[in-house]
Design a protein around this ligand. Structure first.
Ligand SMILES: [Zn+2]
Length: 316
C-alpha cells in the first residue's frame, strides 16, 4: 500500500437508491507532495493514504455530542479513552501516544474547517465526535468502510461520526493526518456524510478545498494528475461528472482532483463567501444554487476555467 501507485479502491457509498461502488484514493496526491518536499505545511508528508466516507442507510451508528453517543461508540472499543476538546471529542483504544497525535490533528483540522465555513457552523455541531479504533474489525463495526477497510483512512457517517482507520497514523505524517481529518470534518460539519441528490464534485470538492487551502500548496502539487492532463493540452472545461467518481470510472482518483480544482477556481474567481453560499445551497438541493451564487453558469465559465487551469498549472 505504501509504495504501489494508486489502485482502484472499491468502497461502498450509499446514494439512497442502492449501493454505488465508489473508489477513493488520496495516494497519488500525497506521493506527489512527498516527492516535491517543498511545502512548509506538508513537507515530508507520508507516502500514502486513502480517505472516504461511507454513508449508512439509516442511523445504525450514532455520532453527536451526547454522553450516550460517546458511550455507545466506546462500547465498540474495549478500554477506550476519551479526549475532550472544545470542538472535538476523540474516543479511541489506540495507543495513548497515537491517540494524542490524532487529537492534536483533529483540533487543528477543525480550525481549518472553521476558517472556511465559520466558527458558528462548527460550533453548531460541536463537539464533533471522532472514533479511533485500534483494529480494522472495530473500524468496520463503527462504520469505517466495508471489506476493503484496510485501504480507507477515515469515514464520515450521516450522523456526523468520523471513524479513523487504525492505519492512518502509521502511513501518514501528522500534517497528512490533519488534511485527511479536515476533509472528513468538512463533511461532518456540513452534514455531507449522508447527502443524496447532490453532485459529487460539490461534496468532495468542498471538502478537498477546505483541507488543502491552509497548506498553501499549488494546484500542480495538490492535483498532480490534473496538472499532467492540463500540461498535455487536455484542459477540462467544467467540474467532473458524477460517473467519474464511480467504480466504473477508469480513474476515480482523478475526479477528486478535478472537483478540488473546480472549487478552487470558483472560490478564487468569486470569493470565499460566494463559494460557501453556493455549497450550502447546493447541499440543500437548491436547483439554482450555482446561478444564485455566481450569476452565471458552468458552460459560460468554461473559457475562464480553462485559462485558470493553464495559469495555475504553469505556476506549479
Ligand atoms: Zn469525502
Amino acid at each position: 500500500m505504501i509504495d504501489e501507485p494508486a489502485a482502484a479502491l472499491p468502497v461502498r457509498f450509499d446514494v439512497g437508491d442502492g449501493w454505488l461502488r465508489q473508489h477513493v484514493d488520496r495516494r497519488l496526491v500525497l506521493r506527489a507532495l512527498l516527492s516535491m518536499g517543498a511545502s512548509p505545511a506538508l513537507a515530508g508528508c507520508a507516502s500514502s493514504t486513502t480517505a472516504t466516507h461511507r454513508s449508512w442507510a439509516s442511523g445504525s451508528a450514532t455520532g453527536g455530542s451526547g454522553a450516550t453517543a460517546t458511550d455507545r461508540i466506546a462500547a465498540r472499543m474495549p478500554g477506550a479513552r476519551v479526549l475532550h476538546g472544545s470542538r472535538v471529542t476523540l474516543v479511541g483504544d489506540v495507543a495513548a501516544a497515537q491517540l494524542q497525535v490524532l487529537f492534536t490533528a483533529a483540533e487543528r483540522a477543525v480550525g481549518w474547517v472553521s476558517q472556511v465555513w465559520g466558527e458558528p457552523t462548527v460550533a453548531a455541531h460541536a463537539p464533533l465526535t471522532l472514533a479511533a479504533p485500534k483494529t480494522l474489525t472495530e473500524f468496520r463495526a463503527l462504520g469505517g468502510g466495508t471489506g476493503e477497510a484496510g485501504q480507507i483512512a477515515a469515514t464520515t457517517t450521516p450522523s456526523r461520526l468520523i471513524v479513523i482507520s487504525p492505519q492512518l497514523t502509521t502511513e501518514v505524517t501528522a500534517e497528512g493526518v490533519v488534511v485527511v481529518l479536515a476533509h472528513e470534518l468538512t463533511h461532518a460539519v456540513l452534514g455531507q456524510g449522508g447527502l443524496t441528490g447532490v453532485h459529487h464534485w460539490v461534496i468532495e470538492g468542498s471538502a478537498e478545498y477546505t483541507a488543502y487551502r491552509p497548506t498553501g500548496l499549488g494546484l500542480a502539487a495538490a492535483a498532480p494528475q490534473l496538472a499532467t492532463v492540463v500540461a498535455k493540452g487536455q484542459v477540462p472545461t467544467g467540474p467532473p461528472d458524477d460517473a467519474e467518481f464511480s467504480g466504473s470510472s477508469a480513474d476515480p482518483q482523478q475526479a477528486y482532483q478535478y472537483a478540488y480544482a473546480y472549487c478552487l477556481f470558483l472560490a478564487d474567481r468569486f470569493g470565499l463567501a460566494a463559494f460557501t453560499s453556493f455549497v450550502r445551497a447546493a447541499d440543500a438541493r437548491s436547483a439554482d444554487a450555482f446561478a444564485s451564487a455566481f450569476a452565471t453558469s458552468i458552460p459560460r465559465l468554461s473559457d475562464a476555467y480553462a485559462t485558470f487551469l493553464r495559469s495555475r498549472v504553469r505556476a506549479g
